[in-house]
Write a protein that binds this ligand. Structure first.
Ligand code: IPE
Ligand code: IPE
Ligand code: MG
Length: 251
């Protein structure tokens, strides 16, 4: 693990890492346990990775914890996940404060049960002055919901005259997304061997580097994070230009 850490180039760190934490259910089933056992163990990975990102002085970490589509899972699993969420937030706030971590949330929070919503608001309030890592939890989140919601708000603002007709730019549009004031992720990690985005940050990931690993989320640890960062650092990010142009810009 020390070896991997040594290979990370501190000058080329991503400012924002986003993770699709997948594979809790299959991991549990492979252990002969029920799916909630997997979610429970997934929390241990969250702790480890949040700590790892804080140690590396990453500025933003976004964790996809629950999608809009996940509401369609069996009621027992949804309820179990919600209870785990309340319990985890309650338990982790002192650690977040100790490590100077600020919590943020993106998603359709109106769909969350009151207990989760209230616990979250309290945690946001209690960590809002922290200046280290910003931990963004994507909860009841889906990108299509976010985009449609943004369009709706823009239409409303055009109607009342807050913004002028026909002046929509990237900058204006981005102010209506849940991620306003959060830079786009440069590195996205998805665990558990699935190669898809599953309605996550579709607009914001336009030029993100994607990293897929077969490791199930409950087994994902700092050394797996280091591997992903090292892989990210070996890539040439061209943003539509040619490799030669990028090299010239770097000189
Ligand atoms: C990710 O693990 C956690 C959530 C989506 C809440 P899954 O629960 O999707 O686990 P698999 O993909 O079924 O193994
Ligand atoms: C994506 O995982 C959502 C989260 C990790 C919260 P899913 O397990 O819900 O995605 P699909 O259904 O396999 O695409
Ligand atoms: Mg899954």
């Amino acid at each position: 693990m020390e070896d991997l850490l040594y290979k990370i180039d501190k000058q080329k760190m991503p400012q924002h890492i986003a993770i699709i934490m997948d594979g809790n259910g299959r991991w549990a089933e492979e252990q002969g346990q029920d799916r909630l056992y997997g979610h429970f163990h997934g929390v241990e990975s969250v702790r480890n990775i949040v700590e790892g990102c804080a140690e590396l002085q990453i500025e933003y970490l976004t964790l996809y914890a629950f999608s809009t589509e996940n509401w369609d899972r069996p009621e027992e699993e949804v309820n179990g996940l919600m209870s785990l969420l309340v319990e985890t937030i309650r338990k982790e706030v002192p650690t977040l404060n100790k490590n100077n971590i600020k919590l943020q949330v993106i998603g359709n929070l109106g769909m969350l049960p009151n207990s989760v919503y209230n616990e979250l608001q309290e945690a946001l309030e209690m960590t809002k002055t922290n200046t280290g890592l910003t931990l963004v939890m994507a909860l009841s989140y889906s990108s299509r919901w976010e985009i449609i919601n943004a369009v709706q708000k823009i239409v409303d603002d055009v109607k009342v005259g807050t913004i002028a007709n026909a002046t929509i730019t990237n900058e204006i549009f981005e102010k209506y997304l849940c991620t306003k004031s959060i830079p786009d992720p440069e590195l996205v990690i998805r665990t558990s061997g699935e190669y898809r985005i599953s309605n996550f940050l579709l607009y914001q990931l336009a030029y993100a580097e994607l990293y897929f690993t077969s490791t199930r989320w409950p087994e994902f640890r700092k050394n797996n994070l280091y591997e992903a960062i090292i892989d990210f650092q070996s890539r040439e990010r061209r943003f539509g230009k040619t490799g030669n142009q990028i090299k010239e810009e770097q000189n």
